[in-house]
Design a protein around this ligand. Structure first.
Ligand SMILES: Nc1ncnc2c1ncn2[C@@H]1O[C@H](COP(=O)(O)OP(=O)(O)OP(=O)(O)O)[C@@H](O)[C@H]1O
Ligand SMILES: [Mg+2]
Length: 339
């Protein structure tokens, strides 16, 4: 039953007919209780055979609209290109000195309200965007609310809008940093592809971001397909490029724990120079190298060869995942000298 139907629910007394607030037989409290029960989805039937199959939404387990995460990473855990770090430090400078900027330096008079801060983290997978969102929250001593899109969306008219408002409200109440991971899922430019989200709901989101006095972070691998209406609402856009060789070496150093028994000759510099991998892929390489070593036995050290085989495998994995297995490989025919 939709919301429209619910708004028209009528309480009917068997003696007096339609009852607005109360009658001789049904008190005002009774009416309120009945309406509350109907609103909660309670249904009353005369006989068993009249019972319809239950509507699935009534029985869905209730999951939170956003997951609260206690940040584990700090700014020091992140290995970043200078430009990326600058963007994050700019954000932290404003957040730490917001009072000074808005009150003592008078920014409030110009913008007429205490604005929050909206950040966009854009870059390929595994470059540290989620980590950075946690690090920002950590630096501010706040929890991170990671939005759950599947739960926000609701088939009933107006319910998605309510959910969106609730998520922003809850983040404000909890003093949390609000994080929209894989934000392209909702903020995809209209007309690029079939948008999974209705325009109206995207507009509600944009308005909420604009008026949110807290910190909101959006992360995406696909900045190009994002709705251009978002540009104006983003205060600081931070690019997370794939790391260069010197940063990759540093990431290798950070991600191989001190306790891990390395054999002589493990050369992170050589690995970093040879394999153009993201931080996330380097983490996979480290784990695979450990597995390679463990397969020889617990007392063996992790060798350079374990790392090389793991890195080769990780490079192949990206090639494998980027292949479309549903379609035949495009046939290349030579046409008069042109491939
Ligand atoms: N810049 C980095 N510095 C240090 N470690 C990194 C960095 N980037 C990635 N890592 C490692 O890779 C893991 C995955 O990174 P993260 O989840 O932050 O990537 P992401 O950019 O959010 O990827 P996706 O776009 O797939 O969500 C991290 O937990 C960390 O171990
Ligand atoms: Mg991520």
């Amino acid at each position: 039953m939709g919301k429209e139907d619910r708004d028209q629910w009528i309480v009917k007394c068997p003696k007096c007919g339609r009852v607005r607030q109360s009658c001789r037989h049904v008190s005002r409290d009774d009416v309120q209780i009945i309406v509350r029960l109907l609103d909660a989805g309670v249904e009353v039937y005369q006989a068993d055979d009249e019972r319809e199959a239950p509507e699935p939404h009534v029985h869905e387990p209730v999951r939170p609209l956003a997951q609260t995460v206690k940040p584990r990473f700090t700014m020091r855990d992140l290995v970043l290109a200078d430009g990326t770090r600058e963007g994050l430090l700019d954000a932290l400078a404003e957040l730490r000195h917001k009072g000074l900027m808005y009150r003592r330096w008078g920014l409030k008079k110009v913008v007429k309200k205490t604005k929050g801060l909206s950040l966009l983290f854009a870059g390929p997978p595994g470059t540290g965007k989620t980590m950075a969102a946690e690090a920002i929250a950590h630096e501010l001593g706040r929890p991170l609310h990671v939005v759950n899109y599947a739960q926000l969306e609701n088939m009933w008219v107006g319910e998605t809008e309510k959910n969106i408002e609730h998520v922003f409200h809850a983040a404000l109440e909890g003093g949390a940093v609000l994080f929209f991971d894989e934000a392209d899922a909702v903020f995809q430019r209209r007309g690029v592809m079939a948008t999974p989200w209705m325009n109206r709901d995207v507009n509600v989101l944009l308005t909420q971001i604009e008026n949110f006095p807290g910190v909101v972070i959006l992360a995406t691998n696909l900045a190009r397909v994002m709705d251009r209406a978002l540009d104006r609402r983003i205060d600081i856009a931070v690019e997370f490029p794939l790391p260069e060789a010197n940063l990759r070496r540093e990431i290798f150093r950070r991600l191989v724990p001190k306790e891990a028994p390395l054999a002589k000759g493990v050369d992170f510099e050589a690995l970093a120079a040879k394999y153009a991998l993201s931080g996330g892929s380097i983490l996979n390489v480290v784990r695979q190298a450990m597995r390679n070593s463990l397969r020889r036995g617990k007392r063996h050290r992790i060798t350079m060869d374990d790392f090389v085989r793991a890195a080769d495998r990780e490079m192949k994995k990206s090639a494998l995942l980027s292949t479309d297995h549903l379609q035949e490989a495009p046939r290349r025919e030579r046409i008069r000298g042109y491939a």
